[in-house]
Ligand binder design. Structure first.
Ligand code: FES
Ligand code: FES
Length: 229
């Protein structure tokens, strides 16, 4: 049965108006980006970014600097820690457009923080830094065997590097507390604290030849007769 003239008129009257300028489905114009200038690992960088891009996603997805890790993506684990103007920050919580004019250092840029002017440049994305250009913290992590899977390590390193720009912790207890924002699901905390304390607690003294946690493991292995390589 066809609708009555009155019903047709009512239906027509209640239909939303269609503006002449409405684009066809699938042809929406993308929101224009926002220009951003950063100093990234010592290099100037000009970008156009969507306002919702986090610094973490910018680093990993657009710039291929995958040393910075995504763990929780909610500011809980510290895996994404980088330095912003020398301060340690969770890059998953930062909108990149809010960092216009700021200086960002990722784990890839740590060697350059201590490199002399004529030292090798920051390694390209994906390339491993030369051993001779490692930051002392990186070398200390190697010396102290301060990692297992390594997923948390870039964040731990950047957090420790940020500590160097803060009032120094006075002892290992305080150091542990101030690194507590960086979680390690492998539980390598004793070795991590060893590695960082060698650099952060005693900047002017000789580096101990053997890390405390490593020495404890060796002593324990000797007591139990376990052979360790
Ligand atoms: S990924 Fe940023 S704090 Fe966990
Ligand atoms: S070394 Fe595996 S999470 Fe820390």
């Amino acid at each position: 049965m066809s609708p009555s003239p009155a019903a047709s008129a009512a239906a027509t009257a209640s239909a939303p108006p269609v503006p002449d300028s409405m684009p066809a489905a699938g042809s929406m114009t993308p929101m224009s980006g926002q220009p951003v200038h950063l100093q990234l690992n010592g290099q100037p960088l000009a970008l156009t970014l969507e306002p919702w891009t986090t610094l973490l996603d910018l680093l990993r997805e657009r710039l291929d600097l995958t040393g910075t890790k995504k763990g929780c993506d909610h500011g809980q684990c510290g895996a994404c820690t980088v330095l912003v103007d020398g301060k340690r920050m969770n890059s998953c919580l930062l909108l990149a457009v809010s960092l216009d004019g700021r200086s960002i250092t990722t784990v890839e840029g740590l060697p350059a923080l201590v490199a002399s002017p004529d030292a090798a440049p920051v390694p390209a994305a994906g390339a491993l830094p030369d051993r001779e250009t490692l930051h002392p913290l990186q070398q200390s992590f190697i010396d102290c065997d301060a990692l297992q899977c390594g997923y948390c390590t870039p964040g731990q390193l950047c957090s420790a590097a940020g500590l160097l720009n803060e009032p120094r912790p006075v002892n290992r207890h305080e150091l542990r507390e101030r690194l507590s924002g960086n979680l390690c699901r492998c539980g390598a905390y004793p070795q991590i604290v060893d590695a960082v304390s060698r650099i952060v607690l005693r900047p002017d003294s000789a580096v101990p030849a053997v890390c405390a946690a490593t020495a404890a493991m060796v002593a324990s292995a000797a007591e139990t007769g376990e052979v360790r390589e």
